[in-house]
Design a binder for this molecule. Structure first.
Ligand code: NAD
Ligand code: IPM
Ligand code: MN
Length: 357
């Protein structure tokens, strides 16, 4: 018998519904690894997040990223709590991991599941099949800036977006590669170089340069404002999309809801060089309005786990899990946000039965 492979997975459930959806995902992964026994997942759970901050004043230990580097991958829930300012929590945990670990490609697939409804009229399964690629290490989220004359009427605050040629080129190249690997081989580069005349002009120039290495990829450029119109009015015209950190943050929430619900949208924070482990998480946040009610849709995190399995080399298991997600959703076994009536644990049970039948 071939030796069973073992992968070390860091779990960071953190806050709000993040805790609920990570717990749900682990239960589904347990069923998957009962069905497919050629590998095993070994978890280390980190109690990083707002509870820790309230107790000892920090979201994660100073050597947090070194601890994560011991693992093959990380599965993250969500960070953010109503009683802590969001910029403190986000920069205390998630953004303190993404940038320093150089997880520079944030990949967010979008699709309409069979049996569910898009918010766009006449759009159903297969009509939205996008891969959103977000620059994840710099741009508007570089953290450059400051405040002076605090409290004075002439108080000033600056937020400086940083675009490096290296940072821009690596993400645009990643997006061209992703487009090349897909059937339609199409890429849309989102920009705003009409008003942002420095950073986004560099962004456009680099896109143009990199495109010469990909003559087989058909590409175009869209201003971010017009892009929102195209996503709604011509969703079938899009395949892979690449944009800056802020632009794709906003467009990915829009994409998620257009496809049916923010509760299904997954994301992968990748270090494509594979020097560091990558981190997988739902696109959504802590969802204070439904925390503790047991109704959060776990699909986004389970789909993120599918992406994690694919990334660590378990493509077959990833496909089996994704198929189970599709089957269960098609049968209407889903949470309220997707038009169903199940709670989180009932979706988990449905998935476990689908996998273990
Ligand atoms: P949110 O994504 O948490 O919630 C937006 C809306 O979507 C809410 O009505 C919520 O109930 C609904 N929703 C989200 N996930 C759902 C799910 N799985 N199932 C069903 N409904 C779901 O966005 P927000 O309200 O702007 O943010 C809340 C907190 O989360 C803030 O502190 C924010 O900074 C943080 N946040 C964290 C992350 C992250 O850690 N990756 C991402 C986004 C927001
Ligand atoms: C996301 C989130 C984060 C982001 C926040 C919470 C920092 O909204 O992953 O989309 O903007 O990157
Ligand atoms: Mn977001």
């Amino acid at each position: 018998m071939p030796e069973q492979k073992v992968y070390s997975i860091a779990l960071i459930p953190a806050d709000g519904i993040g805790k609920e959806v990570v717990e749900a995902t682990v239960k589904v992964l347990d069923a998957l690894t009962q069905k497919i026994t050629s590998f095993r997942l070994e978890y280390t759970t980190y109690d990083w997040g707002s509870d820790r901050y309230r107790k000892i004043g920090s979201f994660m230990p100073p050597d947090g990223t070194s601890q994560l580097k011991k693992h093959d991958a990380c599965l993250f829930g969500s960070v953010g709590a109503p009683d802590i300012p969001d910029h403190v929590s986000l920069w205390g945990l998630l953004l303190a991991i993404r940038g320093p670990m150089q997880l520079y490609a944030n990949v967010r697939p979008v699709k309409v599941f069979k049996g569910t409804k898009s918010y766009i009229r006449d759009v159903s399964e297969g009509d939205i099949d996008w891969l959103l690629v977000r620059e994840n290490s710099e741009g508007e989220y570089s953290g450059h800036g400051g405040r002076s004359h605090v409290g004075q009427p002439w108080e000033v605050a600056t937020e400086v977006a940083i675009f490096t040629r290296v940072g821009v080129e690596r993400i645009i190249r990643f997006a061209f590669e992703a487009a090349r690997s897909r059937e339609r081989k199409q890429l849309t580069v989102v920009t705003k170089s009409n008003s942002l005349r420095n950073g986004l002009v560099l962004w456009d120039e680099v896109a143009n340069e990199v495109s010469h290495d990909f003559p087989d990829v058909k590409w175009d450029k869209m201003l971010v404002d017009a892009m929102t119109v195209r996503m709604v009015s011509r969703p079938r015209s899009l395949d892979v999309v690449v944009g800056t950190n802020l632009h794709m943050d906003i467009l990915s929430d829009l994409a998620a809801v257009l496809s049916g619900s923010i509760g299904v949208a997954p994301s992968s924070n990748l270090d494509p060089t594979r020097k560091n482990p990558s981190l997988f998480e739902p696109v959504h946040g802590s969802a204070f309005d439904i925390t503790g009610k047991g109704v959060a849709n776990p699909v986004a995190t389970i789909w993120s786990a599918c992406e994690m399995l694919k990334w660590i080399g378990e493509e077959d298991a990833s496909a089996v899990l994704f198929q189970a997600l599709e089957e269960v959703t098609a049968k209407g076994q889903c949470t309220v946000d997707l038009g169903g009536s199940l709670n989180t644990l009932e979706v988990v049970d449905a998935l476990r039965s689908e996998l273990l039948q």
